[in-house]
Design a protein around this ligand. Sequence first.
Ligand SMILES: [Zn+2]
Length: 147
Amino acid sequence: MASLYPDYIPPHAAHPTREDFAVVQHPQIGTVVACRRAFRKGEVLARFDGVTIGYVTQHSLRKSEGVHLLDRYFLGLLSHSCDPNVTVDMERQLVTALKPLEAGTVLMMDYCSTEAFLFTAFDCACQAPGCRGRIVGRQESLAPAAG
Ligand SMILES: [Zn+2]
């Protein structure tokens, strides 16, 4: 089983592998992670890893106040959806399926589940019925309503 992670990340049996996941270019979204086999709802997909840093980047996820995990090989490449198909546990460093995933499914998390403020705010095009539109981070829900 070949890990998606480079050698400098200490190996772990539950790290994402090239057998289970593919990093691919999606014509609309850009770089995405797709699963190469099916996963059941509730199944743990993988244990992610990375380097702990003190600031926000494009490929970091927030662990706690001022503590961010930089993972440019798996977790930091997950796409956003307002109706996500995976959930991320930053404490246990696990990605779990929220829905049954068929082989070829692009992994989608809700960025606002981990990020107080995104590195780059963007206009969401996920087309979920409850799409929130402009995605800036968890703080968006605290913003005063216009008018
Ligand atoms: Zn959306």
